[in-house]
Design a protein around this ligand. Structure first.
Ligand code: PMP
Length: 330
């Protein structure tokens, strides 16, 4: 019989699929690594197991303990999967820009959530960083994974995501593109691919316009899970060759096109990453192989990026790209 012992054994080994339509006019091969096929629906499943294993080993998390983390949703899902298997309680702190669909997913997995305002500085006592610090101090037996500084985040990508890309492209990958949030993905994958290729693979970070990685001030943008208003220690700039920014409008347009043209229902940070991958690939020769990582699926964004009314309220869509809902009876 072929089966996994628990869902945790289904994390990783996600496939690569070639992008064929949105790459019109591009000579290089562009391959998407489809991280929404992880059991919790995102690349964050990878970091959760490694972070919790290490915390147990180091005595930071004991039986019956509580996991407290600021998370835009995906890290929470990954941590909730691990917590369920091992009997921990989860309390997650979310900024209010995170959509209701995503909040409900965390609740469905049995986690507790606390929602904080997005439009405050990180040092404000109301910010999601401050609130999670306070909860971690106040709840007995609390462990705060802190994905922004926990070295096990980037390590999980160094040990799994990077080797999978090298193995599946048979060493032909020439460029790797990923959105930068905590920086864990790009730092771990980047370090591995640099080492294994002798520095040949180019590592390109995708950043929402306004975020610090591409020289912004941290001003608000709508793309979730990527960009920062501070420099996390999980981010290792030494393995990143270039950072390219895209606007929310560019990222969301690509997000919608990936669903309609490539059959990939993904989130806004995937649209961002592909938009940057296409900018980078435009001038590359036919033998270049660009791997772009799609962190999560689109179900959590149906009321936002895939909702014409929401998009129009920010001035993002023109009529030609709007969804068609026709009343066939009337
Ligand atoms: N996209 C989404 C939807 C995410 O939740 C995250 C994690 N914050 C990222 C991209 C960025 O990944 P990383 O934190 O590894 O930089």
């Amino acid at each position: 019989m072929k089966y996994a012992e628990t869902v945790l054994d289904l994390v990783g080994n996600t496939p690569l699929v070639r992008l064929n339509k949105v790459t019109d006019g591009i000579a290089a091969t562009v391959l998407a690594k489809v991280e929404y096929l992880n059991p919790g629906g995102s690349s964050k499943d990878r970091i959760a197991t490694r972070i919790i294993d290490a915390a147990e080993r180091e005595g930071l998390l004991k039986p019956g303990g509580t996991i407290v983390e600021p998370t835009s949703g995906n890290t929470g899902i990954g941590l909730a999967l691990v917590a369920q298997q091992r009997g921990y309680r989860c309390v997650f702190v979310l900024p209010d820009k995170v959509g209701e669909d995503k909040r409900n997913v965390l609740l469905a997995y049995g986690a507790e959530i606390v929602v904080t305002p997005t439009a405050v500085a990180p040092e404000d006592p109301e910010s999601y960083y401050s609130v999670s610090d306070r909860l971690a101090r106040e709840i007995p037996g609390a462990f705060k994974p802190n994905q922004y500084s926990n070295p096990n985040g980037p390590l999980s990508h160094y040990e799994t995501t990077g080797p999978e890309i090298w193995r599946d492209t048979e060493g032909a990958v020439t460029h790797f593109v990923a959105g930068v949030g905590t920086g864990g993905t790009i730092s771990g994958v980047g370090k591995y691919l640099k080492e294994v290729s002798g520095g040949r693979v180019q590592i390109i970070g995708a950043d929402p316009e306004g975020s610090v990685y591409s020289g912004g001030t941290g001003r608000p943008y709508l793309t979730e899970g990527v960009g920062e208003d501070f420099w996390p220690t999980a981010y290792d700039p030494s393995v990143v060759d270039t950072i390219i920014a895209s606007s929310d409008a560019e990222s969301f347009e690509l997000t919608r096109r990936l669903a309609r043209e490539e059959g990939l229902l993904v989130g806004g940070s995937s649209g961002l990453a592909v938009s940057v991958a296409l900018k980078a690939a435009r001038d590359l020769p036919a033998d270049a192989v660009v791997v772009v990582l799609l962190p999560d699926g689109g179900r959590g964004y149906l009321g936002k990026i895939f909702n014409d009314k929401w998009m129009r309220s920010y001035g993002f869509t023109d009529e030609s790209s709007e969804s068609t809902v026709r009343d066939l009876i009337g």
